[in-house]
Write a protein that binds this ligand. Structure first.
Ligand code: NI
Length: 262
């Protein structure tokens, strides 16, 4: 658990994430009954000033065809632009994104990162889209190590009213979840899920995206730990019996010890 207190909320609230088929998503503590995915909206990873600064840098950057970072199957369905892998802007802003994520208590508690791929930045405009796909399972890191992509993260850098289309659609056994978040907010979801980006028919959708290898590989275990972490923090804030909180904290760490994969 992070030692920080909760400074923002996590929700699956309408209308930011809409379920297209099946049961409607419920909110708050019931979230996991509505989906078998750990699909989490993390609010205010970046503040407005930081988003504006990043957009100035990104809007003036040189973009390249997004097909350069995928294999032949991905290239068939991917139509967007990305910052080149060696772009200094990518490097600079990527570090800022990771620093903001590291400071965010909910992001840490929900993902339990052990390795993170340096963020990439993409831009969808003029009917740009990315057809249904599953992300690569193992990715190469610059230091020669590899990363197992347990979790995918998209950090939105364009306000939803600035573009039409561009929803991130994530499929699970309960149907499809359509995600379009305010600039500065992020969604984390299992990289193993089928997902796509709908065509952008007006304006531009700009985002950062990256993958995380979690200390806890299984999403069911990760979700249990996150729920326990969230409940313990709420109890602590609510002035619950200190020895009971301590006991539950011990349970959290013992489960993490059982499930951590370092
Ligand atoms: Ni993807």
């Amino acid at each position: 658990m992070s030692s920080n207190s909760i400074s923002s909320t996590t929700t699956l609230a309408e209308p930011l994430i809409r379920q297209r088929f099946g049961r409607p998503l419920t909110q708050g503590a019931d979230e996991t009954k509505a989906t078998d995915l750990m699909l989490l909206h993390i609010e205010k990873v970046l503040d407005g000033a930081t988003v504006a600064h990043m957009r100035t840098r990104l809007d003036g950057a040189e973009w390249t065809d997004g097909r350069e970072t995928v294999g032949p199957l991905g290239a068939q369905v991917k139509r967007n632009q990305q910052l080149p892998e060696a772009s200094p802007v990518r490097d600079e802003l990527g570090r800022e994104v990771l620093a903001a994520c590291a400071r965010h208590p909910v992001f840490h508690a929900a993902t339990l990162p052990v390795k993170i791929l340096p963020p990439r930045f993409n831009r969808y405009a003029d009917d740009g889209h990315y057809g249904s796909h599953v992300d690569g399972a193992v990715m190469a890191l610059a230091d020669g190590n590899q990363l197992r992509s347990d979790i995918a993260c998209t950090l939105f850098l364009a306000e939803p009213d600035g573009y039409d289309g561009g929803e991130l659609v994530i499929e699970d056994t309960y149907g499809e979840h359509e995600v379009k978040l305010p600039a500065g907010d992020a969604i984390v979801y299992p990289a193993s899920s089928l997902h796509r980006i709908e065509p952008v028919t007006r304006g531009a959708r700009v985002a950062a995206f990256f993958w995380i290898q979690s200390l806890v590989r299984g999403q069911a275990q990760r979700r249990t730990l996150f729920q326990l972490d969230t409940a313990i923090r709420q109890l602590a804030v609510g002035g619950a019996d200190a020895s009971a909180v301590k006991q539950l904290t011990g349970v959290y760490h013992n489960l993490l010890r059982e499930w951590a994969d370092t």
